[in-house]
Design a binder for this molecule. Structure first.
Ligand code: SF4
Length: 642
């Protein structure tokens, strides 16, 4: 702990005459921020778990960072996005370090974010690059590698997100020979580990955190050093991310990638054999045949017929497993195979294990499903309920976990969140927002539109949206619960309004957001990926329109399995799962609008079930205290007064 922080209390820091008041040019006393900091401090000191809903504008990052620093413990902070990770490391921590003295902090990202020095050196000697673009990107990477201290690609601002040259030299573990690599001591991954070992604050994202947690305790060691507490920001995302990493996936792409990586390495290091080539070809053909047996329908669907499938297709299934083992064996037996072949051997055997789990385990706590995306077929097994896994692997093992987000409570209570994640017995706190929602935002719910399930809804909603966008003079997000609905409405509305319209899917997410921010009066049409983690403060975003109450699609296999399990256990899934989940999603979506004390705007929900059903009240009770109307004339007055 820096000397200046010794024996400091949150009140001395956040109070009216506290240190922050002296240091921060835009300091405002925020009682919620102080309450949260004191709760985090107590949880860390008393080794308790804590859940905090902290509304937008509370200043929650400092409210957990400061007590984390004051605790003197090694603490992992896990964020939902890399953006927030960078904001903490490059903005908030330097601000605190400037005043408190040097802090021992670092950030860690997934391996694909870092360059592999060995691959860069190999690429200079061997022809792995295709086309002028790759060669140009590679030149930039090669020069940067000579000076960078972290090897984090985020430092190269000009490198396109989709750079194929980067994909050929990143530090993914698939081809990493670890300690046998000549670059091991200087490797960016080794350096990242060393920085983490020497840090008190380790900033990661949820994907890295759960990838690490999922392998900890197995024969593979985790990569995050031991810690006594974890703070999850954007904690509403944890259930999905944990489900992903505690689950099992095996895909047709993985077979193609394995064959490509083995062939590529054998070619580069000149150790292949005709036999290996034949085995790879045979494995590829068998895998292609096997995955084709699962049908070609695009999308996600549940799969419970493993036994019947095996009765009919056992031979090809066993052939696929045998093919993987044969690849592993041949790589082991080829004397000339370099150390880089070791991870390929493990990968082949790991794929066989995962495929066996999916096909044969019959583990009833998982839901088994198939996804077809483009050319790929993905066989997935997802835990139906992550709460017991999280209790066992995380919450029971740690002194303190703090989970915070602007959207965790449903109608002021945390029952839903606790039930989904475990964490029974955690302390809870709701910190009200620092904003005056009643005067800053107007929630408008028109009453004369058809029900969302009515076929006439789309046309009527498009008309309403066009009218609203004229009143708001564009400057809006129009958010949908489905892609198809977004496209249908976009086609109708974009020609009716005199403002630039943008639609999700027509470019990378960050580029669309940038264009939205820099184009006066722009309107963005988007689906769930823009409902969270998007920050457009100021007038540029003055209206958020949502088409329907965002219930999860009940036919989605994971949602379906969760609903069925609640029912089997005697619960009532609609009120205990579907409504609370949708209430949190709605709060997230509307949360895009008011990002600062001076922001003003209109929220429109085109689904009047919120006013006409009994469960609608739960949604109201979960939202901030917006002003409310059912009349468009009030929207007109609101914008006229802005
Ligand atoms: S240790 Fe692995 S990631 Fe690091 S430089 Fe070597 S091969 Fe690349």
């Amino acid at each position: 702990m820096p000397p200046a922080a010794q024996s400091l209390t949150p009140r001395q820091f956040f109070g009216r005459k506290g240190l922050l008041a002296d240091w921060h040019p835009h300091y405002e006393y925020r009682p919620g921020q102080l309450a949260m900091a004191e709760a985090v401090e107590a949880a860390l000191a008393e080794k308790k778990h804590l859940i905090v809903e902290a509304g937008t504008g509370t200043g929650k990052t400092l409210a957990y960072l400061v007590p984390a620093i004051l605790s003197g413990k090694r603490i992992v902070i896990s964020t939902g996005t890399k953006n927030l990770q960078e904001q903490l490391f490059f903005k908030d921590i330097p601000f605190l370090a400037k005043h408190l003295g040097p802090l021992r902090a670092c950030y860690m990202k997934g391996r694909a974010n870092y360059a592999c020095r060995q691959k860069i050196y190999d690429a200079e000697k061997e022809p792995v690059l295709d086309g002028l673009e790759e060669v140009a990107d590679f030149r930039i990477i090669r020069e940067w590698e000579k000076t960078t201290e972290t090897g984090d690609r985020a430092e190269i601002k000009t490198l396109p997100e989709s750079s194929t040259a980067w994909a050929k030299i990143d530090a993914r573990s698939d081809l990493c020979s670890g300690q046998k690599c000549p670059q091991f001591e200087r490797c960016f991954i080794t350096l990242m580990h060393q920085r983490a070992q020497a840090s008190d604050l380790i900033i990661v994202n949820h994907h890295l955190f759960f990838a690490d947690l999922a392998v900890k305790g197995n024969e593979m060691a985790g990569i995050i050093p031991d810690y006594s507490a974890v703070i999850f920001d954007e904690a509403h995302e944890i259930e999905d991310v944990a489900g992903q990493y505690f689950g099992v996936t095996v895909s047709s792409y993985q077979f193609e990638e394995l064959a490509r990586d083995v062939t590529g390495l054998a070619h580069r290091k000149e150790f292949g054999s005709q036999e290996l080539d034949r085995t790879l070809m045979m494995m590829g053909e068998r895998a292609a045949y096997f995955f084709a047996l699962f049908g070609a329908a695009e999308g996600r669907s549940g799969f419970r017929a493993q036994e019947a499938f095996l009765l009919e297709h056992e031979e090809i299934y066993l052939d696929v497993l045998a093919g993987l083992e044969l690849v592993a064996l041949q790589l082991e037996l080829l004397r000339a195979a370099p150390d880089e072949a070791i991870p390929l051997i493990s990968r082949a055997r790991d794929m066989a294990r995962r495929l066996q789990f999916w096909m044969e385990s019959g583990e009833r706590t998982y839901v088994y499903w198939i996804e077809r995306r483009g050319r790929g077929t993905f066989l997935q097994a997802t835990p139906i309920d992550v709460s017991s896994l999280l209790d066992e692997k995380l919450f029971d093992e740690l002194d303190t976990a703090v989970l915070t987000s602007a959207t965790l409570a449903v109608a002021g209570a945390f029952e839903f969140f606790q039930q989904r994640l475990g964490l029974r017995g955690a302390r809870t706190l709701v910190v009200p927002s620092h904003f005056d929602y009643a005067s800053q935002a107007l929630l408008y719910v028109p009453q004369d539109l058809p029900e969302p399930r009515n076929p006439a809804f789309t046309a009527a909603a498009a008309l309403e949206i066009a009218e609203l966008l004229m009143l708001s003079r564009g400057r809006a997000f129009v958010l949908f619960t489905s892609y198809q609905q977004m496209r249908l409405v976009y086609d109708r509305v974009s020609l009716e309004i005199p403002y630039q319209t943008l639609m999700q899917g027509t470019g990378p997410r960050s580029a669309l957001l940038e264009e939205f921010r820099s184009t006066p009066n722009a309107v963005l049409f988007a689906t769930s990926s823009f409902w969270q983690g998007v920050d457009v403060p100021g007038e540029q975003l003055s209206c958020v329109i949502i088409d329907k109450l965002p219930f999860a699609v009940p036919s989605d296999p994971v949602v379906e399995a969760r609903i069925a399990t609640i029912r089997e256990n005697g619960g009532e899934p609609f009120s205990s799962y579907q409504v609370p989940q949708a209430a949190i999603a709605l709060k997230q979506g509307f949360g895009r609008l008011i990002r600062g004390r001076r922001d003003r705007g209109v929220l429109a929900l085109l689904d009047h079930r919120i006013t006409k059903t009994r469960y609608g009240q739960i949604f109201f009770d979960s939202l901030p205290d917006y002003a409310f109307t059912t009349k468009r004339s009030d929207v007109e007055k609101f914008f006229a007064a802005v």
